[in-house]
Design a protein around this ligand. Structure first.
Ligand SMILES: [Zn+2]
Length: 113
């Protein structure tokens, strides 16, 4: 499951950041996940519950903020919002789109104690 390795990556970032800030534990982790990032949010939540055990994030709350997928339409010469990869332009219905945002996941904030 690809969410398991994503969750491990998050735990590593969180653990390292918390340690380098001399934290006792992590209270919350806020992630931003783009709608085009191909991340199954429920699977990621479950994976994080598993990988956080024994780390500084053991009791951390996971908050997820979803962000829109955006693309540049080469026909409209305009930025558009799309719901999924491979979708047509909502304005001209063509497929000459280049994804410009909402295609990644990142750690927005870590709350430490
Ligand atoms: Zn278009």
């Amino acid at each position: 499951m690809h969410e398991m390795s994503l969750a491990e990556g998050v735990r590593e970032i969180v653990d390292e950041t918390a340690r380098s800030n001399g934290a006792q534990r992590v209270a919350a982790v806020r992630l931003e996940i783009g709608k085009l990032a191909q991340v199954e949010i429920e699977a990621l939540r479950f994976a994080f519950e598993v990988v956080k055990r024994g780390s500084l994030a053991d009791a951390a709350r996971l908050e997820i903020v979803e962000c829109e997928g955006t693309a540049w339409c080469m026909r409209c010469c305009e930025a558009v919002v799309i719901a999924g990869r491979g979708d047509a332009c909502p304005k001209c219905a063509h497929y000459q789109l280049q994804v410009t945002g909402g295609d990644r996941m990142r750690v927005l904030e870590i709350e430490i104690v």
